[in-house]
Design a protein around this ligand. Structure first.
Ligand code: MN
Length: 241
């Protein structure tokens, strides 16, 4: 049956080689049956710029993504809050299309809005201010002009700071804000919504202005679990890997 797969939040890094192995098996296995694979952000724990493509760790991933697209599965990528510096060179090397966040698609007849999800965490004012800064073209130009090693150092510091910040934030603050979700659902006229980021996989159902909406939250990948959301003309369901 024609179907499409969605994943996010793999947070691949050299520190977790088992996750990369799992991902490569996924790309060479179940993915080949799908029409398309959407990676909705945070494929990488950090991405410091497309000039880091040749590192042995990254090259193996790019080659596997390229093999997937060469086999006929379309590949779409969205930025996450960690790998927002993924650029056109990376996409081209993989044969992928970079999508703006959010993006609306029609998925087997159902209007579906795709987003990483961090923009929905509007209660976290500190994070939203940080996001605004690092997503600005001026900031990115400045940072990308730094030597690769300096950017790796910055990324390590940013990761450490983010882990520290998380410890002092409540679970509610780090989840999507209900108002941000309903605003988005209204703006797009009650679509199905698919996002990642919060690492709280679930299917939420809303009755909003007498309209029925679904919100699917993708799961992160870690040592214990990995999985995808599979959608076809009958609907969506989680598939563990
Ligand atoms: Mn994220």
């Amino acid at each position: 049956m024609l179907h499409t797969l969605f994943i996010s939040d793999l947070h691949l890094s050299e520190e977790t080689p088992h996750l990369r192995k799992r991902f490569l098996e996924f790309l060479a296995g179940p993915c080949r049956e799908a029409e398309a694979l959407y990676i909705l952000g945070d494929l990488f724990e950090t991405w410091v710029g497309d000039d880091d493509l040749p590192s042995p760790f990254n090259r193996k991933i790019v080659e596997a993504l390229r093999a997937l697209t060469a086999s006929g599965t379309a590949l779409f990528l969205m930025h996450g809050n960690r790998d927002f510096l993924l650029g056109q060179d990376f996409a081209a090397a993989c044969g992928a299309t970079l999508l703006p966040d959010p993006t609306e698609i029609v998925l087997y007849g159902v209007r579906t809005v795709l987003t990483h999800g961090d923009q929905l965490c509007t209660d976290d004012a500190e994070y939203q201010a940080y996001r605004k800064q690092v997503r600005s073209a001026a900031w990115q130009r400045q940072v990308l002009a730094l030597p690769l090693e300096a950017r790796h150092k910055m990324a390590r510091e940013a990761t450490a700071m983010s882990h520290k910040a998380k410890q002092s934030k409540t679970m509610e603050i780090m989840d999507v804000a209900p108002q941000a979700v309903t605003d988005l659902l209204r703006k797009y006229e009650y679509p199905r919504l698919i996002h990642g980021h919060t690492h709280r996989p679930a299917r939420h159902v809303y009755r909003l202005d007498d309209q029925f909406c679904e919100r699917w939250v993708l799961q992160d990948w870690n040592a214990q679990r990995a999985g995808a959301l599979r959608c076809d003309s009958e609907g969506c369901r989680f598939v563990p890997l």
